[in-house]
Ligand binder design. Structure first.
Ligand code: PRX
Length: 658
């Protein structure tokens, strides 16, 4: 029987949109509760939405009880016991692949749960997962969810300092990691990075802040280590535990009772960059996230029981959470987990995997497409990839050239491409075409999904007709409920700019048919290779250089990354004289600082030393002008009104330095 909220035609899309956004709250309630019915609840909710954007507090299905892992594992047994849940492809071609069935996944998650249970953790404790993209990461995420622990996955590309600040912010009680792993031919020394992250700051440096941080870090009683590469590692006595040793104590057929969770109990925290310096730990809760991740996955991609879904994102990002782990397993399909990179050992690795596994759905990022496109058509040309049914794009605007390349060489003019717009905050896809059902328009995300109410607003908060700030006017179940530990920041960040609306931070245009094209970020967030990087976060690090007094970071166009980071900076002065250093040397030094404090993803492509930064009378740096210059604007008259600057003449000077 077809589930009641399936989209099999444009009429279905329209009908569901009408119901989900009906002006009668009872119709809306009925819509959401009947969607929730598709899942297994311990106590079915009687409430759908409570609260509003005005108050900045939203709850969904709040009197419902469930455990999400019962919906991802137990529910599928015994029917899907032998069906592959995770298909793992290691980085090294030729290394052993793993087919993990639902039964085996159930078993592993239960044994991992048992292992966590022995570590003196209590419900809602936060567990930091700093791991490569391997099945053990999925085991750890689901073991947390089974026990009511909150996972906080930190992407392996982040440095020890970035990891440390995330462990401290979430006050983690346990860290799970591995010895190390290869991505391409680059070795990431996970265990060592964790050791550095957990090292107490020395007393000599110690201000009260260090003491507080040390105290929080001391709450990490254990580090669990998976021996992924089997390279020798040193263990910290009393703290470090080898997972292989711990699991030896746990029988294979161990079953751990899933903990009863209320729908609004936290499920996970995921950090993302915002426009101020400190990364935000967005908190997602259990019931609403489950419904949204599960339903969007099924409908947007038009899954079938035999779908073999490959989302190339790392589970360290929201895309991996929702469409490598939660979404596929909620739907009982097979998800591919690939540890490596698109070009290793050669640029046809993706296409080979698609063909060998008979992947049906391929979901990736424009930056990967552009990177592969730049290496030539030769690579995908030799692969028929005739198992593919749907291709998808996510993470940044997809330019026409990349879209057409994907359509021609991968989709082979045969498969629909879905361009899915969403965010860490939204939990799941929000604006997209539905594969093969609603119109596909190159470079446009097109229509909001049923239940998503998008609107464009102008600077004054009035509805804009063609182009404006993309806002959402009604809550949806998958939205993040707060910024962990800082609800005020959550309210200010998302609901203050346009009272009554959720502010996405993106600009968009929309035509008379209600089809959206996302234009990109309009706040101080830069999207580099589909990863969000906050300008303030990067500037704070650059300003630590002895040679730099202040800086402004902007996004400049980049053929492959979409955007890259440029910094405009001012030399430090000593008694009125600038302390200079050759620019290339300084760039290397600054990039080393950024790699150490944030990670290699925050490296600058260009550093431009300028006499002054453009500033308003109140001292605010006007990045807007610098952004336009870095985007190649030569006509200074087109930069906008510079009369609000205290130093308008600096613009011309800077333009000559680019
Ligand atoms: O600017 C939008 C861009 O990525 C931002 C969200 O980034 P993040 O929270 O890291 O999540 C990425 C994966 C969901 C958005 O504010 N973005 C995401 N998808 C698209 C996009 N821009 C244009 N088109 C998209 N399809």
């Amino acid at each position: 029987m077809m589930p009641s909220h399936s989209i099999r035609s444009q009429q279905d899309h329209e009908k569901l949109s009408r119901q989900a956004s009906h002006k009668d709250p009872l119709v809306r309630k009925e819509y959401w509760l009947s969607l929730a019915k598709e899942y297994q609840w311990r106590k079915f909710p009687t409430q759908s939405l409570e609260g509003s954007f005005e108050g900045g507090d939203v709850r969904w299905f709040s009197d419902g009880h469930l455990n999400i892992t019962e919906n991802m594992l137990d529910r599928h047994l015994p029917l899907l016991a032998d069906h592959v849940a995770l298909h793992f492809i290691p980085n090294q071609e030729g290394a052993e692949r793993r087919n993990i069935t639902y039964q085996e996944l159930f078993q592993s998650v239960n044994r991992w749960s048992k292992m966590f249970q022995s570590l003196d953790l209590k419900a809602n404790d936060v567990v930091c997962l700093y791991m490569p993209h391997i099945p053990e990461l999925a085991f750890a995420m689901l073991a947390c969810a089974r026990l009511g622990l909150v996972h906080s996955v930190v992407f392996g590309g982040f440095s020890a300092q970035a990891l440390r600040s995330r462990i401290i912010d979430a006050e983690c009680k346990l860290v799970v990691t591995c010895d190390g792993s290869y991505r391409g031919d680059k070795y990431v020394d996970y265990k060592n990075i964790v050791d550095v992250a957990l090292t107490s700051l020395s007393e000599s440096e110690s201000e009260s802040e260090n003491e507080i941080e040390n105290k929080i870090l001391s709450k990490v009683k254990h580090v669990l280590i998976h021996d992924h590469t089997k390279k020798p590692i040193s263990l910290v006595k009393g703290r470090d535990l080898l997972i292989s040793e711990e699991l030896k104590k746990i029988p294979m057929d161990t079953v751990v009772k899933a903990v009863d969770r209320k729908a609004e109990d936290p499920l996970f925290i995921l950090y993302t960059s915002g426009s101020t310096g400190k990364p935000k730990g967005l908190l997602h809760t259990t019931g609403g996230y489950m419904v949204w991740a599960g339903w969007t996955m099924r409908e947007v991609f038009q899954l079938r029981n035999d779908s073999l879904f490959w989302c190339t994102a790392d589970a360290g990002w929201i895309t991996g959470h929702s469409y490598v782990i939660y979404g596929p397993l909620l739907n009982g399909i097979t998800s591919v987990m690939y540890e490596g990179i698109p070009t290793y050992p050669s640029a046809d690795r993706f296409w080979k995997i698609i063909e060998e596994l008979k992947v049906t759905h391929f979901y990736t990022a424009p930056t990967a497409i552009r990177g592969l496109e730049s290496l030539g058509d030769e690579f995908p040309k030799h692969y028929a990839m005739d198992s593919l049914q749907v291709c998808g794009s996510v993470g940044e605007p997809i330019n026409l050239e990349a879209w057409e390349w994907l359509k021609k060489w991968v989709a082979k003019e045969r498969c629909p491409i879905v361009d899915t717009w969403w965010q860490t905050e939204t939990g799941g896809i929000m604006i997209t075409n539905v594969a093969g059902i609603t119109p596909e328009i190159p470079t446009k995300a097109t229509l909001p999904l049923p239940g998503v109410q998008a609107i464009l607003l102008d600077e004054k908060g009035n509805q804009a007709t063609r182009e404006g700030t993309l806002c959402l006017s009604h809550p949806w179940p998958g939205m993040a409920r707060t910024i962990y530990g800082d609800h005020t920041r959550y309210r200010e960040n998302y609901f203050k700019a346009y009272p009554g609306f959720y502010f996405t931070g993106d600009a968009a245009e929309c035509n008379e048919r209600g089809e959206y094209r996302i234009l990109g970020r309009m706040d101080d967030v830069i999207n580099v290779s589909g990863h969000r990087i906050g300008t303030a976060e990067v500037e704070n690090v650059i300003n630590e250089s002895h040679f730099i007094v202040e800086s402004a970071v902007v996004g400049a166009p980049h053929d492959i990354k979409g955007e890259c980071l440029w910094a405009f900076a001012v030399y430090q002065q000593h008694e009125g004289v600038s302390i200079m250093k050759p620019i290339q040397e300084l760039l290397i030094e600054v990039n080393q600082l950024l790699t150490k404090q944030i990670g290699a993803i925050a490296k600058l492509d260009r550093l431009i030393m300028v006499p002054q930064l453009p500033k308003t009378r109140s001292g605010k740096i006007m990045r807007r002008f610098l952004r336009k210059l870095s985007q190649g604007e030569k006509d200074l008259k087109k930069l906008g009104d510079v009369s609000t600057l205290t130093n308008p003449e600096i613009i011309e000077e800077i333009s000559k330095l680019i």
